[in-house]
Design a protein around this ligand. Structure first.
Ligand code: THU
Length: 146
């Protein structure tokens, strides 16, 4: 279990900073995200849009993929900052499900940061889809990472 007050402020500040790097010329909706990993590391992301709209990647997935591609496997907390305090989209919730700690907490803040909403992952995506993993133990570190 994480020291929540400390992490909350750190994560929100990181997400707010990451939001400045959003590439959102089509929607004008900038998103910053930060994940706190079980190993204590923080990774950030911003949304990256594309002229072919469907290729756009959300800030949350950028942050999650950065974390996982650097070896992290469990995410304990996620913070996102938007203009209106929006929550993660359904696709990002499913991606998060793959790496979510049992008690994953999600903080959603608006750019002013006045009103921070707190959610548990299970309330945002109950009954997430999952598959049984075919490898375990040490193999998981390797094959799960390939
Ligand atoms: N977006 C995110 O980055 N995260 C979400 O959870 C919802 C939507 C981005 C995608 C797009 O660049 C813009 O917000 C408007 O949908």
């Amino acid at each position: 279990m994480i020291n929540r007050d400390n992490i909350r402020e750190q994560l929100l500040a990181a997400a707010r900073e990451a939001r400045h790097h959003a590439y959102a010329p089509y929607s004008g909706y900038a998103v910053g995200a930060a994940v706190y990993c079980e190993d204590g590391r923080i990774f950030t992301g911003a949304n990256v849009e594309n002229a072919s709209y469907g290729l756009t990647v959300c800030a949350e997935r950028v942050a999650i993929f950065r974390a996982v591609s650097e070896g992290a496997r469990r995410i304990s907390a996620l913070a996102i900052v938007t203009q209106d305090g929006g929550t993660p989209c359904g696709a990002c919730r499913q991606v998060l499900a793959e790496f979510a700690d049992e008690d994953l907490v999600i903080w959603c803040a608006s750019e002013e940061g006045a009103d921070v909403q707190e959610y548990r992952f299970n309330e945002l995506l109950p009954h997430a889809f999952s598959l049984p993993q075919r490898v375990s133990g040490e193999d998981e570190l390797i094959l799960g990472g390939i």
